[in-house]
Write a protein of this length. Structure first.
Length: 69
């Protein structure tokens, strides 16, 4: 495997370099956009049964947010 020997010190170094390149505010935006992209990809390849379950779950969470507001 390519990243078999990637430990905590290496991950910290990568994070520091990323913060130096993009800045701390932009890192959060990049993570958010990456999450949205992954979620969109999963929805794009989901089967019809999975789509129904996801839509039902999203509707229920939206209803609970509306009730709490």
């Amino acid at each position: 495997m390519l990243f078999r020997n990637l430990g905590v010190p290496e991950l910290i170094l990568i994070l520091v370099i990323a913060i130096l390149i993009f800045g701390p505010g932009r890192i959060g935006k990049i993570g958010s956009e990456l999450g949205k992209g992954i979620r969109g990809f999963k929805q794009g390849v989901a089967t019809p049964e999975e789509e129904e379950a996801a839509e039902k779950e999203e509707a229920e969470s939206q209803e609970s947010q509306d009730k709490s507001a």
